[in-house]
Design a protein around this ligand. Structure first.
Ligand SMILES: [Zn+2]
Length: 406
């Protein structure tokens, strides 16, 4: 809506007379102020003309409201002054239609999240004997995931290989990555958002590397969500660059994310926000609740405010795109910790299952215990977050998330 204010200052006329300048009133005025007759005639004529002009203008345009106000007071030389003010508000149709169109577009993209695909990915991931980082199966899992990511993501898909020493042994491990858009630090005009989930699983006893560990909620659910986000976003022309990362070795103490942060620092990769999904398929707190994990304290404190901003941003859009209510909680031991430690703005989505899912780190963390409708809603919330951040201009994202160079 565009509003314009027209003001005119007249002297020696009572405001009521401005509205109904009848012939009879003219006469009274002229009798009262014979010496000023010419000025009065002219003023009354001008005001009448002014009002007719406004009414014509309003009827020809998309005027949504007209407010007329006046104020009187004593001006110089003891003359009665009248300030006559007309406020016209125009309905800026093009602007309104544009924002309606954008909102409709976001909704139509969010609606593309497909429950069947999410379910299939979870079933497949959980069908591996285990995804334990030290298991005989983890390499197969990594290659299978690379193919899946390749089939959905619009960008280069590759492994980030790293070697992890542990208890006298060395493990060759793989993070799996897809870059949608540039990752260059020279790209100052676009923001870089990393969306992640860890793909490894474990049993209660972390040393049981080859025991059955389906890890459906922890964290096939997060991996399925990331794959679905990559699929839907591959068809969207985004302003911001997105990197999808599937981490290895989270259960051993964030091995994959620690190695990846080091790799990013070495390569001066741009990064403005990390959104992590860890356990998003078991509605521990009820079907309508999801936890948004934000950073408070930890290693760096200057980034806290931005993490909370991001959390609040998510909790403001939740009801528009999903049936979820997002509640903020400080983050636990997740893959966000290594990014936080270098000052990044981080945020996580979580179902509360690390405390409340009875199948946590057990052989019973199977796909049938999950609620796919719930997972679909959480995935939609993550997608709506990315799309709504993309609508903001660069300055707004700056003040919301800050920018810290690696
Ligand atoms: Zn986990």
């Amino acid at each position: 809506m565009i509003c314009a204010n027209f003001e005119t200052l007249l002297s020696q006329i009572h405001p009521l007379r401005l509205l109904i300048p009848t012939y009879h009133e003219h006469k009274i005025l002229l009798l009262r102020y014979p010496l000023l007759s010419m000025t009065l005639r002219l003023q009354i004529y001008l005001v009448s003309y002014f009002m007719i002009m406004i009414i014509n203008f309003a009827s020809l345009s998309n005027t949504t409201s007209i407010m007329i106000a006046y104020a009187t007071g004593n001006g110089n030389n003891s003359h009665n002054m009248c300030l006559f003010s007309v406020n016209i508000c125009l309905n800026d149709q093009s602007q309104q239609e544009k924002s309606k169109e954008t909102a409709g577009l976001v909704h139509s993209i969010v609606d593309q999240v497909n429950s069947t695909r999410l379910k299939n990915w979870i079933d497949n991931l959980s069908s591996f004997q285990t995804r334990h980082t030290k298991s005989d199966y983890v390499e197969d899992v990594a290659y299978w995931l690379r193919n899946e990511l390749q089939s959905v993501c619009n960008g280069r898909v590759y492994f980030h290989n790293f070697t992890q020493p542990d208890q006298g042994k060395s493990y060759g491990l793989k993070n799996i990555i897809c870059d949608q858009g540039s990752t260059s630090v020279d790209d100052k005009n676009h923001h870089h958002i990393l969306i992640s989930a860890h793909y490894d699983s474990r049993m209660g006893d972390i040393n049981q590397s080859n025991a059955r560990a389906p890890g459906a909620d922890d964290n096939a659910s997060g991996v399925a969500a990331v794959l679905e986000l990559a699929r839907v976003l591959s068809k969207v022309d985004l302003k911001n660059n997105i990197q999808f990362v599937l981490f290895s070795g989270e259960e051993q103490g964030q091995w994959g994310s620690v190695a990846y942060v080091k790799h990013q620092q070495t390569n001066s990769t741009k990064l403005d926000l990390v959104l992590n999904l860890d356990m998003v398929g078991y509605p521990s707190l009820g079907l309508g609740k999801v936890i948004v994990e934000y950073d408070l304290g930890n290693k760096i404190t200057t980034n806290d405010v931005y993490s909370k901003n991001a959390g609040q941003f998510i909790s403001q859009i939740d009801s528009e795109y999903t049936n979820l209510e997002a509640s903020l909680r400080t983050l636990g031991k997740t893959d966000l910790i290594p990014f936080e430690a270098i000052g990044k703005t981080v945020i996580g989505l979580h179902d509360g299952g690390s405390e409340l899912n009875p199948n946590y780190h057990s052989v019973s963390d199977t796909p049938d215990t999950l609620d796919i409708g719930y997972l679909t809603s959480v995935t939609k919330l993550a997608l709506a977050t990315i799309l709504n951040l993309d609508k903001l201009d660069i300055g707004q994202v700056y003040s919301l998330l800050s920018i810290t160079a690696l």
